[in-house]
Design a protein around this ligand. Structure first.
Ligand code: CU
Length: 122
């Protein structure tokens, strides 16, 4: 009975350590997302993920689009107010360079405006 209890405690300790290493860094990464050096946007299932991106105004930035939607609709991403557009290669990281701009909200969409996102410069 005592041995079982010791094993159980050991098992819980291992689970705890695994949980810490598995989930700890991930949570940190999520927290750092809005200001991370590499801003990745997943293009999948009709949504940009994340669809709201906050960046400092007056500074150029690079967004990395990862397109996982084969439909031609998702092929282009357009930032009409910034006069930026980019063709997204399927399953490939596509850097999109944004110029420095004034504070404000800048929508970005696919060609037919089914995918929608908002860039917030502040
Ligand atoms: Cu579209």
């Amino acid at each position: 009975m005592g041995a079982i209890l010791v094993n159980l405690v050991g098992l819980l300790l291992i689970v705890g350590i695994v949980w810490w290493f598995w989930l700890g860094p991930k949570r940190k990464a999520n927290k750092a997302m809005p200001t991370a050096d590499k801003l990745q946007i997943l293009v999948k299932d009709g949504v940009y993920e994340p669809d709201h991106i906050r960046l400092p105004a007056g500074r150029a930035a690079t967004l990395h689009f990862l397109r996982e939607d084969p439909s031609p609709c998702s092929e282009w991403v357009l930032f009409p107010d910034l006069e930026v557009s980019a063709e997204l290669t399927l399953h490939r990281d596509t850097p999109v360079i944004l110029p420095a701009a004034n504070p404000g909200e800048y929508p970005f969409t696919c060609q037919m405006q089914m995918y929608r996102g908002t860039l917030i410069l502040e």
